[in-house]
Design a protein around this ligand. Structure first.
Ligand code: AP5
Ligand code: MG
Length: 189
């Protein structure tokens, strides 16, 4: 299956996609994790991206699109993947559409996780990643509202959007996701 996880910072995209890796047998492709790894390794992508992550801004599209394209071409992604944190704006969504169209590998669904902002702040404060400082979280959330949230409508128009309540325990959210995946599977038959 080829699935996108859409949602604001701290909503649980990473948590839920990690659990789904085993359930679906496809890799998680997290652009945030890949960028943090690149920064850790001082690679060229890392050097180019660091200031954007530290500021809570989106890394420029050419860097991200190349990174994802190379990742999706790897063998383990040949039967599907979970995109966690990509696409994040309309330019990235258009680039992904083109990539998928060329390979005749359509998306199965876009899972949009939802929780309210108070809960997001609570979750991120409890975690303590470098970019979880309050002013950076505010900027990440703002970037999400301006650049990423419009993607919900983009995918709704293509009949791919599934809204999922992200509140409650991680088990409860996982159960909701599994029922959506069942629905997607049934629609394919
Ligand atoms: P990224 O790493 O993608 O960060 P994000 O979108 O801000 O989201 P998070 O990873 O913070 O949240 P999440 O939804 O994965 O939640 P999680 O499961 O961790 O991006 C970081 C930066 O990289 C960006 O700011 C940008 O600079 C750059 N970047 C990345 N992708 C890019 C792109 N495509 N284009 C341009 N730039 C890009 O959960 C959060 C916390 O809540 C955890 O502690 C977790 O344990 C807890 N939690 C999860 N579920 C629950 C639950 N049900 N109940 C209670 N706690 C829970
Ligand atoms: Mg994440």
């Amino acid at each position: 299956m080829r699935i996108i996880f859409l949602g604001p910072p701290g909503v649980g995209k990473g948590t839920q996609s990690q659990r789904l890796v085993e359930y679906l047998g496809v890799p998680q492709v997290s652009t945030g994790d890949m960028l943090r790894q690149a920064i850790h390794e001082h690679s060229e992508v890392g050097e180019l991206s660091e200031k954007f992550l530290n500021a809570g801004k989106l890394v420029p599209d050419p860097i991200i699109i190349k990174l994802v394209t190379q990742r999706l071409a790897q063998q383990d992604a040949s039967h599907g993947y979970l995109l966690d944190g990509y696409p994040r704006n309309l330019g990235q969504a258009a680039a992904l559409d083109e990539y998928l169209h060329e390979r005749e590998t359509p998306l199965d669904g876009v899972l949009a996780l939802q929780v309210d902002q108070e809960e997001i702040v609570r979750r991120l404060t409890g975690r303590g990643r470098d970019d979880d400082r309050p002013e950076i979280v505010r900027e990440r959330f703002d970037q999400y509202l301006r650049q990423t949230a419009p993607l919900a409508e983009y995918y709704r128009q293509r009949g791919l959007l599934y809204m999922i309540d992200g509140t409650g325990t991680t088990d409860a959210v996982f159960d909701r996701i599994k029922s959506v995946l069942e629905k997607i599977r049934r629609n394919h038959q």
